[in-house]
Design a protein around this ligand. Structure first.
Ligand SMILES: [Zn+2]
Length: 146
């Protein structure tokens, strides 16, 4: 009996690690291609450096929102971050941030609502994009860029 419980616990741990992306197993995203998260100056960087837990949540948010999430910016190399005028210590360089294009007030509501429902607690609102990140080293907040 004890052995069975131990076995079940080990399986449970394996599944947990799979879900949070701590194994080499590829996380399959329903709505995104990893290329969408590449830093433009480094092919394959989205897949390599984006935080898997972040992407799973983003995929879930996209599902709830029911509208396309066009990624303006995902992972950024330090050089690319400087080129686009990103803040130093940008969460984009840590692989746990994206900027989602927004073209209407209706989509802004749908995207914001979905991000909040999926527990994103750091959101920046620009004129035609929404930034969201899961950077635990920064304070929870909603801010604007204008
Ligand atoms: Zn951003």
């Amino acid at each position: 009996m004890k052995d069975i419980l131990k076995y079940i616990e080990s399986i449970r741990e394996k599944i947990k690690n799979l879900i949070v992306g701590k194994t080499n197993m590829q996380i399959v995203l329903k709505y995104f291609n990893y290329k969408e998260f590449d830093s433009p100056d480094k092919k394959g960087s989205g897949k390599k450096y984006m935080d898997k837990d972040f992407l799973i949540r983003l995929d879930h948010a996209r599902s709830i929102a029911g509208v396309p999430f066009k990624i303006n910016s995902g992972y950024r190399t330090v050089k690319h971050n400087i080129d686009v005028g990103g803040v130093p210590e940008s969460s984009h360089c840590k692989g746990n941030a994206v900027d989602i294009s927004v073209n209407s007030s209706k989509d802004r509501l749908l995207i914001l609502s979905a991000l909040m429902e999926t527990q994103f607690k750091r959101i920046g609102i620009g004129k035609n994009f929404i930034h969201c990140d899961s950077d635990s080293q920064k304070e929870n907040a909603i801010w604007t860029y204008y």
